[in-house]
Ligand binder design. Structure first.
Ligand SMILES: Nc1ncnc2c1ncn2[C@@H]1O[C@H](COP(=O)(O)OP(=O)(O)OP(=O)(O)O)[C@@H](O)[C@H]1O
Ligand SMILES: [Mg+2]
Length: 453
């Protein structure tokens, strides 16, 4: 279903700059969409047209198939449903305190005082700024202002959230948190539209990409379609995403299997052709024809690794304890990515799972889960890029636990299961503290090779 669309849209600034020309887009409900293009290509102007802040010179914008009207009542309705976070936070933030700024939107929607309070509280927690709620926004850092602006829009729970350069000014972990948050809103049904110069982000995050250049659309499609078009990227002044660039190098050297467009590091790793023969150091006593269990230690396969990752047969032993082995990938031992729903948090339970589930790697996603872990002294090995890092660990036969809640659970499950399905490498994936959770853990212990939730 198309939620937002434009037909022959044109906008010219009063000084005569044609900033958007003949623009036709159709944005489907529930999608994550990225607009990518050089400075001055018209992204911000388009976004201002998409929520009625600017009125087109020609053409129209339609929401749920109904053309925008520009009287103040219609515009209020549009802005209730289509929230925009401006590129420059100073254009957005104006109230005397952070709290009042975030409360402005929900209060304008006519919510009760209690509901406004609940929305503001939640939104500020989500962007990690609750402790600054009484500060004047103009005393905040650039990244903090950005988070306030994002919280202000999130608090209104709009159907469509438009964010103009949402990650500019944010530190890497803060940027990951905002992406997690956008994914969570998307899981709950919101359509998310962003502009970005970050081709890596557009490539790995979005469902659909539009490329803009010189006030026009010059390309569109799924990220895999758009980012393989070298000529298009050149014309738009963009570069290839890094994972794709590395993949093409691997492919050129004949080391890749199948035709792929890997988006994440784990996907990239799984495109590598298995090495059949390799050298390893073996302990004395190992003979030709022996079967070995190898694990990854400090990035290389080794017999003394505590984690069994792969079986190998010794073909030849060289002097000095070096051997040529033939790898048998089928023997990969299952690691696991376990999720813990912090909406049903109990510290004792988490401790028990970490101990009895032989968890060696713990991560948290979302502010709430991170705060809980911090408060209770749960050591976190990872707080950004958590899903990918856990998958990489699970591939080495380790068990990981991710503390998270809400829509991020489904997002993590989906991503991890997709990886298991695509790569053909099995490891266990599931939520440990949902119904039957502990039973699940026991079953996994008795049958780790094959059990899959
Ligand atoms: N208020 C304005 N008055 C006149 N021209 C403007 C105004 N705002 C933007 N422009 C011009 O319109 C064109 C599109 O600008 P816009 O801000 O939409 O680009 P953008 O793609 O968002 O760029 P960036 O990546 O730098 O944010 C540019 O040529 C710019 O100079
Ligand atoms: Mg812009």
């Amino acid at each position: 279903m198309i939620i937002l669309e434009t037909r022959s849209l044109k906008y010219t600034y009063p000084d005569g700059t044609a900033a958007v020309q003949d623009l036709n887009i159709e944005i489907k409900k529930g999608k994550k969409v990225a607009f990518v293009g050089q400075n001055g290509s018209g992204k911000s102007t388009l976004f201002l047209l998409l929520n009625g802040t600017l009125k087109p010179a020609e053409g129209e914008v339609l929401f749920h198939g109904v053309p925008f009207k520009y009287d103040s009542k219609s515009l209020r309705e549009i802005r209730k449903s289509i929230g925009i976070v401006f590129q420059n936070s100073d254009d957005q933030i104006f109230a005397p305190t952070v709290y009042q700024d975030v409360a402005f939107g929900p209060a304008n929607l006519g919510y009760s005082k209690e509901r406004v309070d609940a929305c503001v509280h939640q939104a500020l927690e989500q962007v990690g700024l609750y402790r600054l709620k009484d500060k004047p926004p103009h005393h905040l850092s650039g990244g903090q202002k950005k988070r306030v602006a994002i919280a202000g829009i999130m608090a209104m729970e709009p159907e469509v959230i438009i964010l103009d350069e949402p990650l500019s000014n944010l530190d890497p972990v803060g940027a990951d948190e905002i992406i997690d948050l956008l994914n969570e809103f998307n899981q709950l049904g919101s359509t998310i539209i962003i502009s970005t110069h970050d081709v890596d982000l557009a490539y790995r995050w979005s469902d659909y990409v539009y490329i803009m250049s010189n006030s026009k659309l010059i390309g569109q499609g799924t990220p895999a379609e758009v980012f393989k078009e070298q000529e298009l990227l050149k014309k738009a002044g963009l570069r290839q995403p890094t994972t794709l660039e590395i993949y093409h190098e691997i492919e050129r050297r004949g080391l890749a299997r199948g035709k792929n467009s890997p988006k994440t590091v784990p996907e990239l790793v799984s495109t590598l052709k298995p090495l059949d023969l390799m050298w390893v150091d073996v302990p004395p006593g190992v003979r030709e024809g022996d079967n070995l269990n190898l694990g990854v230690m400090y990035g290389v396969y080794a017999t003394q690794s505590p984690y069994e990752a792969i079986n190998a047969t010794v073909l030849h032993i060289h002097s000095g304890g070096r051997a040529i082995v033939e790898l048998k990938r089928k023997g990969i031992k299952a690691g696991g990515v376990l999720l813990y729903d912090t909406d049903k948090y109990s510290l004792d339970e988490v401790r028990q799972i970490i101990k009895e589930g032989e968890i060696v790697f713990v991560g948290a996603m979302g502010k709430k889960s991170k705060t809980l872990a911090e408060q209770d002294g749960i050591r976190l090995d990872v707080t950004s890029g958590v899903i990918d890092k856990s998958i990489l660990m699970a591939l080495c036969g380790k068990r990981c636990l991710i503390l998270t809640a809400g829509g991020m659970i489904d997002h993590a499950l989906k991503r991890t299961r997709e990886y298991v399905d695509k790569s053909g490498i099995e490891f266990t994936v599931g939520v440990v503290n949902r119904e039957g959770g502990c039973k699940w853990l026991e079953e996994m212990d008795t049958n780790p090779e094959t059990f899959k939730v």
